[in-house]
Design a protein around this ligand. Structure first.
Ligand code: SAM
Length: 239
């Protein structure tokens, strides 16, 4: 099997993302921790080195193709085992990162990862996005929100846009067949103060898989009635 280091380096080169050896070694350590912890808790269904490198690491790093994603405060909503937030943080250490998830066990894993990888300026939030999104300490307090594999877009925008300051970006990673989902989310994006500004198609290196990255800019404040209480957005998405 090809060494995971070579896959990461060649994949970044294909995606035109700069990476140095220190970052590569941190990703390798992250992979080792992921495999070790995955034996005692459910973190990922992807267990093979090559697939972890491509489907988790390179896929997460594809967010760096978004030109506006520069220094600032980022929140990863429904981060799970740390995707896409941790790979972004490894390459862009000057991004202050908040990792939010409803499952505390996953955050315990992420604390260990950040400790081993010397990642600083990381905050951990345990709970529902809908609850933190109404909390003044977090609402409209981030330059960037990111999310991957958390909910359909019309639900996800209600989880994520409340965290983004006006002028900031919500960067959403999705599968290729997004057109219907995007149409169904149009009203919600508008009501919550967003505007679609970028739609990238990403071909995953070494695989015949294409993903989409949707970038929504916050152009006005989210009305105070959103997000609705926990569970409501998924039960009854904004139409
Ligand atoms: N983003 C990661 C990835 O791409 O591998 C994890 C995806 S996992 C399928 C979805 C994660 O979102 C889970 O860890 C779950 O606990 C979290 N989640 C789902 N709904 C949430 C909500 N309303 N608030 C906070 N976390 C949520």
């Amino acid at each position: 099997m090809t060494d995971i280091r070579d896959i990461i380096k060649a994949g970044c080169s294909e995606l035109d993302i700069e990476i140095d050896n220190i970052h590569v070694e941190k990703l390798v350590k992250y992979k080792d921790l992921l495999i070790e912890w995955n034996k005692k808790m459910n973190l990922t269904a992807i267990k093979d080195d090559e697939e972890i490198a491509i489907k988790h690491f390179l896929d997460s790093l594809a967010c760096l193709k978004v030109k506006g994603l520069v220094e600032g405060k980022l929140i990863d909503i429904g981060t799970g085992a740390g995707f896409p937030g941790i790979p972004i943080k490894i390459l862009k250490d000057d991004i202050k990162t908040t990792l939010l998830d409803a499952l505390n066990k996953r955050l315990e894993f992420l604390k260990e990862v950040c400790r081993h990888l010397d990642l600083t300026d990381v905050e951990y939030l345990h709970g529902r996005a809908e609850d933190y999104g109404r909390d003044e300490a977090f609402r409209e307090n981030f330059d960037f929100a990111v999310a991957r594999a958390v909910a359909p877009l019309n639900v996800l925008v209600e989880y994520c846009l409340p965290f983004v300051r006006v002028g900031g970006l919500f960067i959403c990673q999705k599968g290729p067949n997004l057109n219907e989902e995007l149409k169904e989310a149009e009203a919600a994006i508008n009501i919550l103060g967003g505007r679609l500004v970028e739609d990238l198609i990403i071909k995953l290196p070494f695989m015949d898989i294409k993903h989409r990255i949707i970038v929504i800019e916050k152009n006005k404040q989210t009305p105070t009635k959103y997000p609705r209480r926990a569970g409501k957005p998924s039960k009854n998405p904004i139409k």
